[in-house]
Design a protein around this ligand. Sequence first.
Ligand SMILES: N[C@@H](CCC(=O)N[C@@H](CS)C(=O)NCC(=O)O)C(=O)O
Length: 212
Amino acid sequence: MKLYGYFRSSAAYRVRIALGLKGLPYEYAAVHLRKGEQRAPAYRAVNAQGLVPVLEDERGSFTQSLAIIEYLDERFPEPPLLPDRPESRARVRAIALAIACDIHPLDNLRVLQYLVRTLGASEQAKDAWYRHWIDLGLASLESQLATDAATGAFCHGDAPTLGDVCLVPQLANARRASIPLDVYPTLLRIESACAALPAFAAAAPERQPDAE
Ligand SMILES: N[C@@H](CCC(=O)N[C@@H](CS)C(=O)NCC(=O)O)C(=O)O
C-alpha cells in the first residue's frame, strides 16, 4: 500500500492511525502542502481534488480519509474501528463526522489561504476564524462525550474507534494553534488513552519522514 500524505495533515494522520491499528505496512509518499505540491499536475493526476490523503493498493486508488478508513476496516476487520450494533456505529460515525465535516474543512489550508489572499482577511482575523470553529466543535464534543454513558476510556467504550482516529489529529491541530485545551478534560483524557497505544504514537506528525 502507498499513502500520499503530509506530516501535518490531520486527514492523513487519521489514515496513518488506522493503518497502524490494523498493523498494515505502507509506503509513504510526502506531498508538501505548504509548497503547493498538491496543486501540481502530477499530483492532480493522483487526486483531482488536490488533497491528501490518497491510499493506493492493488485494488485501486482511494480518496477521502473516512472512506479510506472504512475501506480498510471492511477489508481488514481486526481490530474493528466501528462497533457491532447499528446504534453504536451511528454514534461513532457521528463523532467522526462532527470533526471531519463540521470542524476540519473550515480550517483547511486552502480555506485559510482564500480568506487571506482572496478576501483580504488579516492574519489576526484568520486566526480568530481558525480558533472559532475549533472551539465551537470541540466544546460540543466535550459536552456530548462527558455526559454519555457510552463513552469509555475512548470515545466509544474501551477500544479505539473511528471517533478516536478523528479526535486525536484534531486535538493536535488545535494545540499547534495554541488553542487552550484544558477546558476539554474528557477529550484530553481520551487523547491520553490513545497516546499510550503504539499505533497512535507512531502516526504522530513529528514521527513522519517529512516532519520539519
Ligand atoms: N475530506 C477530506 C479532506 C482532505 C483535506 O482537506 N486534506 C488537506 C490536509 S488535512 C489538504 O490536502 N489540504 C490541501 C489544501 O488545502 O490545499 C478527507 O477527509 O480526506
